[in-house]
Ligand binder design. Structure first.
Ligand code: ZN
Ligand code: ZN
Ligand code: ZN
Ligand code: ZN
Length: 197
């Protein structure tokens, strides 16, 4: 068998395996939602493409269903400093875009540009004890002492829980605005936001 034939057979196998990986990814994304990816190296303004090949998380319109990233839930979020807004220090997870917000005068991570922080399972299970910090997008912004934030209909809320819809189906997010280096997305069901480069 000539080396040409071997190379062609090799490329064919590679192409077939790549195709099956894409088909498998598309099935996973269809069942559980797309996977959030927070790539700092991404060129701003270019389309975001999921590993299944779909264009997603458009900054123009439309909604994207995203699944939970289990490594963040069990191993913790990898936060980096994102900026400061109205006296609130903002951080974002480099893997899943989860934000973390603290009043600048009560920020336990002041001075750190990068840190790993585990999920507060008690808050996740029983609800976050929140306070109102502002209003935007026609919604009220609440933050918990654990740093979790929500954009929800304004009410006299002291507690915000994660709805089961999002737990089982993932989040249904849409773009809200670009602030500095990152774009913000909001889940319509739970008010969870995500910050993506
Ligand atoms: Zn996908
Ligand atoms: Zn994360
Ligand atoms: Zn909390
Ligand atoms: Zn949600």
């Amino acid at each position: 068998m000539s080396s040409n034939v071997i190379t062609t057979a090799g490329s064919f196998r590679q192409a077939l395996s790549f195709r099956w990986q894409t088909v498998f990814q598309a099935m996973v994304c269809g069942l559980f939602g797309h996977q959030m990816e927070n790539k700092r190296a991404r060129v701003p303004g270019t389309a975001r493409i999921c590993r299944c090949g779909a264009n997603f998380l458009s900054e123009n319109a439309g909604e994207t269903r995203v699944r939970h990233i289990l490594s963040c839930f069990f191993m913790g979020h990898k936060y980096v400093k994102a900026g400061i807004r109205d006296g609130i220090n903002e951080y974002l997870c480099e893997q899943c875009g989860h934000p973390l917000l603290f009043s600048a005068d009560q920020d336990p991570y002041t001075g750190l540009d990068r840190f790993l922080k585990g999920v507060r399972y008690l808050c996740s299970l029983f609800g976050h004890r929140v306070r109102l910090v502002g209003e935007r997008e026609g919604l009220a912004e609440y933050i918990c002492h654990c740093g979790h934030s929500f954009l929800r209909q304004k009410q006299n809320r002291t507690k915000v829980t994660h709805p089961l819809t999002c737990f089982f189906a993932g989040h249904f997010v849409r773009f809200t605005e670009r602030r500095g280096d990152y774009a913000e997305y909001l889940c319509r069901n739970c008010g969870h936001t995500f910050y993506l480069w």
